[in-house]
Design a protein around this ligand. Structure first.
Ligand code: GDP
Length: 322
């Protein structure tokens, strides 16, 4: 568990704090007694350097967690590659530049497993970040976050800015995007199966072949892992993976959501839709070592059951979110 004494009274700015992961980070930080500031886009457009700097000067912080990102599942990476690229690249570069100008003492950058080589065998180890090209389906997002890791190293060397880079796996949970254009597979399937059950439909369409392997972390667990890493991780050279280390095929995931949703119809696989990377699972050896044996406590079944219950209870609100 994150340490109250470390966070109590600490001034923490969380970019993306009104978003999915950021929202869970802010909630956890509040319970730990931190003084949290969340920049809202109406006041601070983080794609503009002057706004980033103004934000950090108007709201001085002891720690900056850069969790803002414009991202989504395999669908939006195909329809919005340009805006995903530009927004994340420029926002990341500006946040770091502003952090060093405002003399922020520590930055935690939130990265993504999409930055890893997309065609490696086995689990993804921190040492392998540069061992090959990103998968084509997510390169425009993955590379921008990888540049943030480069910037972190460069800024430490030249300006002494203290930053760490955390690499997250696929998140799911309450507050995710359930919009079919943007959603990742878990949110997409929860919505499809819950709606199919409500309308007593005959079938649900699932994309791809079902063969790809992914790793899924419940968002609250991920927020806890990030705060633990912020407390305990300080290696400038390597990023740190935050995940479960457990691979699940899309077919297994589909069967689980099918069962938990109570839907009685059948599944239709649409192999015309892209599979994406064959396997994306983090190696969590360093994470468990650095975080003193911590691993995400929520099992996939438990997390999915809770998320389905949350989705049913907040359906209108969840569906309205982009
Ligand atoms: P990725 O991890 O970057 O590939 O992103 P996603 O979470 O969007 O997709 C993971 C896998 O789930 C891919 O193989 C998709 O083809 C598959 N998948 C199956 N059905 C769906 C769906 O309805 N929406 C999404 N986004 N992915 C789906």
């Amino acid at each position: 568990m994150a340490t109250q004494a470390i966070w109590s009274g600490r001034r923490v700015t969380v970019t993306g704090g009104s978003g999915f992961l950021g929202g869970h980070l802010v909630k956890r930080l509040h319970t730990l007694g931190a003084k949290v500031f969340v920049p809202r886009s109406a006041s601070y457009n983080l794609v503009r350097l002057e706004d980033c700097l103004r934000c950090l000067l108007e709201h001085p912080c002891d720690l900056l967690i850069h969790a803002a990102a414009f991202y989504g599942g395999i669908g939006i990476n195909q329809t919005h590659p340009g805006s995903i690229y530009y927004t994340n690249l420029v926002m990341g570069a500006n946040i770091m530049e502003a952090a060093r100008l405002a003399k922020v003492s520590k930055v935690v950058n939130i990265g993504t497993a999409c930055s890893y080589p997309g065609y490696l065998e086995g689990e993804l180890k921190e040492e392998d970040l540069w061992a090959g090209p990103c998968h084509a389906s997510v390169v425009n997002y993955g590379l921008t976050k990888k540049m943030l890791a480069v910037q972190g190293l460069a800024y430490r060397k030249q300006y002494g800015l203290d930053s760490i880079h955390l690499i997250l796996t696929n998140l799911y949970g309450p507050g995710d995007s359930y919009n079919p254009e943007r959603s990742h597979v878990v949110a997409a399937l929860i919505r499809k199966f819950v709606e199919a059950e409500m309308h007593k439909a005959d079938s649900v369409e699932v994309w791809g072949t079902g063969q790809p392997i992914r790793e899924f972390i419940e968002v609250g667990d991920c927020a806890e892992g990030i705060l633990l890493a912020a407390e305990r991780y300080d290696d400038p050279e390597l990023p740190l993976n935050i995940g479960t280390g457990v691979g699940t095929s899309i077919r297994q995931l589909t069967e689980l959501i099918h069962e938990l949703s109570g839907f009685k119809g059948r599944v239709v696989w649409n192999a015309d839709k892209p599979d994406g990377a064959a396997k994306k699972v983090l190696d969590i050896t360093r994470m468990t070592h650095v975080l003193d044996g911590w691993t995400p406590p929520t099992s996939l079944r438990e997390g999915l059951a809770r998320t389905i219950a949350w989705y049913r209870a907040h359906k209108a609100q969840a569906d309205a979110k982009w």
